[in-house]
Design a binder for this molecule. Structure first.
Ligand code: ADP
Ligand code: MG
Length: 240
């Protein structure tokens, strides 16, 4: 579903992604962890081309960006993204937030967009919030709206960039539960998170990044019980 080959990226003279190679199969759940500034956000933002890598190949569901911006639209339609800051439109209701992209980007009819939005708001267990504005919701509820909004585009892949880091502790679980449900339904997912309980529960593979490199990857079992690299052990020592 996703293939990154020898991807290199610089911000000016700063080498932020160093020879990244990553393959994600359909239905696979990947967790990426690593210290702040190690390039995790940059890596996943390259997948839907919110960031541009100067070298290497990135193929998403057999689509490669190449020169055509038509492919950019095609790739973005396949990939849903959820950010640390929920990024909901403040002037739109929850329902309208969920209906906007399908109507604008996919040309879905209003009635169909509304039916889809209500279905996913049900799925993330906040159907009763449909007519409220984002500011009237808790952080956990807003993040679940952001997940529902992404799902309304019917993506094949979901990218999560520290979706629980901005939440008060008591709201973390409701968002993680939503993500666990999504994983159980077979969604292909890449999650940047330091929630290691979540990683243990759903990840097929955990990837550890440091200073722009993929240092180590493995199944949760090997990753937690037998990390090969000193840098991984140090990191796990700090967060567990
Ligand atoms: P992480 O998500 O692992 O914390 P990021 O991918 O956000 O790391 O950032 C990796 C490094 O790149 C950091 O040192 C950060 O300061 C730098 N960086 C991120 N975005 C930019 C940018 N737009 N311009 C210049 N440097 C950036
Ligand atoms: Mg980040």
């Amino acid at each position: 579903m996703i293939r990154m080959e020898n991807v290199q990226k610089w911000y000016g003279s700063f080498h932020v992604l160093k020879d990244i190679n990553l393959e994600v199969r359909t239905g696979e759940r990947i967790v990426i962890c690593g210290p702040s500034g190690s390039g995790k956000s940059t890596l996943i933002r390259c997948i839907n081309h919110l960031e541009h890598a100067q070298e290497g190949r990135i193929v998403v569901d057999r689509i490669e960006l190449g020169a055509s911006s038509r492919n950019l639209d095609a790739i973005r339609r396949e990939v849903g993204m959820v950010f640390q800051q929920f990024n909901l439109f403040p002037h739109l209701t929850v329902l309208q937030n969920c209906m906007l992209a399908p109507m604008k980007v996919r040309g879905t009819s209003k009635s169909e967009a509304e039916a889809t939005a209500r279905k996913y708001l049900e799925r993330v267990r906040i159907p009763e919030q449909a007519d409220k504005y984002p500011a009237q919701l808790s952080g956990g509820q807003q993040q679940r709206v952001a997940i529902a909004r992404a799902l309304c585009m019917n993506p094949k892949i979901m990218l999560f960039d520290e979706p629980t880091s901005a939440l008060d502790p008591e709201m973390v679980k409701e968002v993680l539960d939503t993500m666990v449900n999504l994983a159980e339904e077979g969604m292909t997912m890449i999650c940047v998170t330091h929630e290691m309980g979540f990683a243990r529960q759903v990840a097929d593979r955990i990837i550890f990044m440091d200073r722009g490199e993929i240092v180590e990857e493995g199944t949760p079992d090997t990753f937690f019980t037998n990390p090969r690299h000193e840098r991984t052990r140090n990191f796990l020592g700090q967060i567990l």
